[in-house]
Write a protein that binds this ligand. Structure first.
Ligand code: SAM
Length: 282
């Protein structure tokens, strides 16, 4: 039996990304968003929140490698990591591959995302029961305001700035992030697309520049997000992502990656000219 079902992510009123669906595995509506997991024909299992593609089995490694290994190999000795969002589990999975990590706290607002991914996408959620992962179901905004813990690296693996993710792009949140980072702490955040959301990138970088002495945008290729070219922001109290990057730590780790490598670590900060030009005043 062949399915004729397609799922479409739309952007504004002029772009649609269509994926052929073999089977719907899960559909729910939580207090925060709709949550769907489908088996696609070409991209493996896919998680969608509010109809937007979050993760596919085929390309999740690119996103999770670049949001995780770049800060963890820039910081000289990360031990305590905080992930905000990231309910599919892929970021936490990559964090705990670093043997020096003692604890990875993951604060995800929506239990439905976590439970559905645990059941249907073990490829990303496989580390969520690991004893180094401290899973908190709650609001990341509240968590960073109230915690007394200090983190070496904070990874904001969030949805777009709508609904509960909106404050994750604001100055008050980043002031709280600053306060709960160690003296040489680094924060990396989901930084949207330069093709379709350079206004959000501008606003996020403006906020980060007000709070952190070192701020950068870096890019990577994401197969299943609109525009293909996607970004993360890197902000730090002390470390420069290229000048303070010691390649030897990557070699010594013995880890292998499907996307990240030492040359890409540096190259990711080389931005297309239109991005440099549009953000040149920041
Ligand atoms: N890779 C994805 C992307 O950019 O499309 C993001 C993955 S992850 C599924 C994003 C998660 O952030 C969602 O599960 C959402 O529930 C969570 N989230 C949104 N706002 C949050 C908040 N204020 N605190 C904690 N988690 C939040």
């Amino acid at each position: 039996m062949h399915s004729n079902l397609w799922i479409e992510e739309t952007f504004e009123d002029y772009l649609g990304l269509r994926f052929k669906v073999e089977r719907i595995l899960f559909s729910g509506k939580s207090e925060f968003q709709t949550v769907d997991i489908v088996e696609t024909k070409g991209h493996g299992k896919m998680l969608l929140n509010d109809g937007l593609v979050m993760v596919t089995e085929r390309d999740e490694f690119a996103y999770h490698d670049m949001i995780t290994h770049l800060p963890l190999f820039t910081h000289p000795c990360p031990k305590n990591v905080l992930v905000i969002g990231g309910g599919d589990g892929g970021t936490a999975r990559e964090v705990i591959r670093h043997t020096g990590i003692e604890k990875c706290t993951m604060v995800e607002i929506d239990a439905m995302v976590v439970d559905a991914c645990k059941q249907y996408i073990p490829q990303t959620s496989c580390a969520l029961n690991n004893k180094k992962v401290n899973l908190v179901i709650g609001d990341g905004v509240k968590f960073v305001k109230e915690t007394s813990e200090k983190f070496d690296v904070i990874i904001v693996d969030s949805t777009d700035p709508i609904g509960p993710a909106q404050p994750l792009f604001g100055e008050e949140f980043y002031q709280d992030v600053y306060n709960c980072l160690s003296d040489d702490g680094i924060v990396v955040s989901q930084g949207e697309s330069s093709w379709y959301a350079i206004d959000i990138q501008r606003s996020l970088l403006t906020v980060l520049n007000r709070v952190f002495p070192k701020c950068f945008l870096y890019n990577f290729s994401n197969l299943t997000y609109p525009g293909g070219l996607w970004c993360f922001t890197f902000a730090s109290k002390k470390h420069h992502p290229i000048n303070d990057f010691n390649e030897q730590r990557v070699k010594d780790s013995g880890l292998t990656f499907s996307y990240y490598n030492t040359r890409l670590h540096t190259a990711a900060f080389a931005l297309p000219s239109f991005v440099i030009s549009e953000l040149s005043d920041l």
